[in-house]
Design a protein around this ligand. Structure first.
Ligand code: GLA
Length: 662
C-alpha cells in the first residue's frame, strides 16, 4: 500500500514561501523539480497570514504557491496551519495561551502558544481546518494533510483554570465518582481526601512531592487532550476530503505522547528525527525511533523532517560531515520509511532558524549542501521500487507509555535514574549491532509469531498484560522493576513482580538501587562477570533456575538473573546485556539479516519478488561485508557477490531476487 498517491519514494521538505518575496518562488519550484523533489510541506505556521483578521482570509498567495508546485510536478503535504495561533486570537482571548506549572501565563512571540484544552482555540482550529479543506480539498497538488505540527514540542501541558476543568471532566469519565478517584489516587495518604471533583487540580507547583497517581493521570490526560485537538481537525478533514491521508509529525521516541494511541488516529505515521551529528552513536537511537515508527502501524512510514546538516537549537550546532545526510536518509528507508523529507527547503534569512541548515543553503546552488540535495534526489529515484516493501522482525521490544510515565515520578521512586528510553536502548543497541531486525510492541499487542520478546521494564503491569506474556510461546526476557504497580500506581499484593510472579518464578524481597558511581558485580554460570550500575534487587527464588549471582557486597551469593522455562528475568541493570542476549538469541533461533562488522548496520525489506538488503557503513573507515546471496546494488548498478567493500559513510542497497526471478 502506498503512503500517498505519489508513486515511488517521497522526497522534499518544509517550504515556507511566505518568508520570501514572490519572485523567489519560481526559482524554488524550478530547483525543486531539478532536485527530484516530489512533495513539499506547506503552510505549517501560516495561520496569521491566511487569516490575518478573524474570519477574513487571504488565500491568494497559497493558491499561487500550490498552483506553482503542481505545475512543476510537486505535491503538497498541506498543513492545516494551526500550529501557531495568530496574534488577534491571543488579543481577543488572552487565555488561549498556556500557563506553566508555576501559574505564569506564557506570552506570544514564539510558536505553539496555545492551551490544549481551550475551547476557543479548538473552535478556531476547527473553523480554519474546514475552510482549508473546502478550499484545497480538490486542488491537484494536495497529497496529504498535515495537522498542526509536532504536538507537545513546546506545549505538552497547560495548568490554567480551563485545563483544570477539562482535567476534572476527564477524571470524572475515568472514575465515575469522587470516591473512585480517592481510591485510585490513594488520597488517604498525606490527607488529600477529596469530596468533590471541583477540588481537584492539575499537578501545579506544590510545597512537596505530588501524588504520583495524580501525576500519572495528568500525563495520560495531557496526551489525550492534545489528541483531542488533533481529532477535532481530523474529523473535519475526513468529512470533507475522505480520500486524502492525514498525518501529524511525531518527534521520534519521546515520553510526552502515547504514540500507540495517536498512531491509531492517523492514516500514516510520519516522524521528525534529529540525531546529533556530534554523537558517533546517534544513528543507533535514530534506528530505535525508526523501528518504533514502522511498528506503530506495522507498515511503511514517512520521515517528514530531518536536518540536511546542522540544526539551530542545540548549544553547539555541529554540521553533518560529508556523506552523513545521505547515509542517514538511506537509514530511514532501511528501517521502513517510504520517503525522506527535511526541515527545510530554503534556508531562512531571519527568525530563530536562520542558521538551521536547508536543502538549498544560504550559499545557493554553488554550495556543497546543494550538491548533496541533488545526489540524494538521484539516489531516491534509483530506490523507487522499495516503496511499499515490508520488514519482518522475529524480535520485539515492549514499550509502554504508562510504565514510562509511572517511572517518571522521581520524587517517589526508589531511584530517579530509571528512564524507559535508556532501558530500551540498553537492549536495542546490542541487537542493532548484531544486525537483528526489531519491532516495538505495546504490552497489549498480540505477540504470536515472535521468537523473542524483551520487556526491558514493565513497572506498570496489569493482570491482562501478564496473562498475555504468560500465553506467549516464544522466549521472553523481562527486565528489573517490572510488575510493580497496577494502573492506579498501587503496588501489587505481595510486591513485585506482582502478576508476573508465577511466570518468572521469583519474588522481589527488596529493591536495592545503587548510588551514583558505585558498582556491583554479577557472576554468570560460565564464570564470566558483568558490572551492574544503578539497580539491583534482592530476589527470593520460588521456582526458577539461577543463571547468575552477585559476587561481593551485601548481595554476595544472591540470585541476580533467573530463568523459568523460556522466561529469563534480570533483577539488575547490567552495564552490557550481551551475555544474556547472546544466549537467548541462540536458544530462540534468531538470526541477523547479515553478518556485519562493527559500525555497519544491516536491514532488510521484503517485496513481492525480491528482498532488499541495506548495508550502511556508519564508520569513518571502509568496511568489508560477506554476502550470503548475490544481488544488484541499486545505488551503483553493480552486481555483487561473496564480499563487498563499503566506503566510509557509504551504503549499498542490494536487490536480491527471489528464486526464479531476475
Ligand atoms: C521541528 C519543527 C520544525 C523546525 C525543526 C528544526 O522539527 O517541526 O518546524 O523547527 O524542528 O529542527
Amino acid at each position: 500500500m502506498q503512503l500517498t498517491r505519489i508513486p515511488g519514494l517521497l522526497f522534499g521538505g518544509d517550504y515556507n514561501p511566505e518568508q520570501w518575496p514572490e519572485e523567489v518562488w519560481a526559482q524554488d519550484a524550478k530547483l525543486m523539480a531539478e532536485a527530484g523533489v516530489n512533495i513539499a510541506t506547506v503552510a505549517v505556521f501560516s495561520w496569521s497570514r491566511l487569516e490575518p483578521r478573524p474570519g477574513a482570509y487571504d488565500f491568494g498567495w497559497l493558491d499561487r504557491v500550490l498552483d506553482l508546485l503542481h505545475e512543476h510536478g510537486i505535491a503538497a503535504d498541506l498543513a492545516t496551519a494551526t500550529a501557531t495561533p495568530p496574534p488577534w486570537l491571543i488579543r481577543e482571548h488572552p487565555h488561549v495561551r498556556p500557563v506553566d506549572a508555576n501559574g505564569t501565563l506564557l506570552d506570544f512571540g514564539s510558536r505553539q502558544g496555545y492551551c490544549p484544552s481551550s475551547p476557543v482555540f479548538r473552535a478556531a482550529t476547527a473553523r480554519l481546518a474546514r475552510v482549508m479543506a473546502q478550499r484545497y480539498g480538490q486542488h491537484p497538488a494536495l497529497a496529504m494533510w498535515h495537522i498542526s505540527n509536532e504536538y507537545a514540542d513546546h506545549t505538552l501541558e497547560c495548568f490554567c483554570d480551563e485545563s483544570a476543568r477539562h482535567f476534572r471532566t476527564w477524571l470524572a469519565d475515568r472514575y465515575a465518582s469522587i470516591d473512585g478517584l480517592d481510591a485510585a489516587w490513594g488520597t488517604s495518604c498525606w490527607g488529600q481526601h477529596y469530596t468533590a471533583f471541583d477540588q481537584v487540580n492539575p499537578p501545579r507547583k506544590a510545597p512537596g512531592p505530588i501524588n504520583p497517581t495524580q501525576l500519572l493521570d495528568w500525563r495520560r490526560f495531557c496526551s489525550d487532550a492534545l489528541l483531542e485537538c488533533f481529532e477535532v481537525e481530523r474529523a473535519i478533514l475526513r468529512e470533507v476530503t475522505p480520500d486524502v491521508p492525514v498525518t501529524t509529525n511525531f518527534m521520534s521516541i519521546l515520553p510526552g505522547l502515547d504514540y500507540w494511541k495517536w498512531a491509531a488516529a492517523e492514516d500514516l505515521v510520519s516522524d521528525d528525527a534529529y540525531p546529533d551529528p556530534a554523537d558517533p552513536t546517534s544513528h543507533v537511537g535514530a534506528a530505535l525511533s525508526y523501528d518504533l515508527m514502522r511498528s506503530l502501524k506495522d507498515r511503511p512510514w514517512l520521515l517528514l523532517e530531518q536536518a540536511p546538516s546542522a540544526v539551530s537549537w542545540r548549544a553547539v550546532n555541529v554540521p553533518k560531515p560529508a556523506g552523513m545526510m545521505r547515509l542517514h536518509s538511506l537509514q530511514a528507508l532501511a528501517h521502513g520509511a517510504d520517503g525522506v523529507m527535511f526541515f527545510q527547503w530554503r534556508q531562512a534569512v531571519y527568525g530563530p532558524e536562520k542558521f538551521h541548515s536547508a536543502l538549498l543553503p544560504h550559499a545557493g546552488v554553488r554550495s556543497r549542501g546543494w550538491q548533496d540535495t541533488l545526489r540524494l534526489g538521484k539516489d531516491l529515484e534509483k530506490l523507487a521500487e522499495i516503496a511499499g516493501t515490508r520488514t519482518a522482525a522475529d524480535v520485539a521490544l515492549v514499550l509502554d507509555w504508562d510504565s514510562w510515565w509511572g517511572l517518571a515520578a522521581p520524587e517517589s521512586m526508589p531511584s530517579a535514574r530509571l528512564d524507559l528510553k535508556d532501558l530500551l536502548a540498553a537492549w536495542y543497541a546490542p541487537l542493532h549491532a548484531r544486525g537483528i531486525a526489531v519491532d516495538l510492541v505495546s504490552p497489549d499487542h498480540d505477540l504470536t509469531g515472535r521468537r523473542l520478546v524483551i520487556a526491558p521494564n514493565l513497572y506498570l503491569c496489569t493482570a491482562e498484560q501478564a496473562a498475555r506474556l504468560a500465553a506467549f510461546d516464544g522466549h521472553l526476557i523481562v527486565g528489573p522493576f517490572s510488575g510493580v504497580v497496577d494502573t492506579a500506581d498501587h503496588v501489587h499484593p505481595g510486591g513485585a513482580p506482582g502478576p508476573l510472579r508465577e511466570l518468572l518464578g521469583v519474588s522481589v524481597d527488596e529493591f536495592r538501587p545503587i548510588p551514583d558511581g558505585a558498582t556491583e558485580t554479577v557472576r554468570h554460570a560460565d564464570a564470566s562477570t558483568s558490572t551492574v550500575r544503578r539497580w539491583t534487587e534482592w530476589l527470593a527464588v520460588d521456582d526458577a533456575s539461577v543463571l547468575a549471582r552477585y559476587r561481593g557486597g551485601d548481595l554476595d551469593g544472591q540470585a541476580a538473573i533467573t530463568r523459568r522455562g523460556r522466561v529469563t528475568y534480570l533483577g539488575c541493570l547490567l552495564d552490557d546485556v550481551s551475555p544474556v542476549l547472546s544466549d537467548v538469541l541462540t536458544r530462540a533461533g534468531v538470526h541477523p539479516v547479515a553478518d556485519v562488522p562493527p559500525g555497519v548496520e544491516a536491514c532488510r525489506r521484503d517485496g513481492a519478488d525480491a528482498h532488499y538488503l541495506f548495508l550502511l557503513n556508519h564508520g569513518t573507515t571502509a568496511a568489508s561485508v560477506t554476502l550470503r546471496e548475490p544481488g544488484r546494488d541499486l545505488l551503483t548498478g553493480r552486481d555483487l557477490r561473496d564480499r563487498v567493500e563499503i566506503g566510509p559513510r557509504d551504503a549499498v542497497v542490494l536487490r536480491i531476487a527471489q528464486e526464479g526471478e531476475k
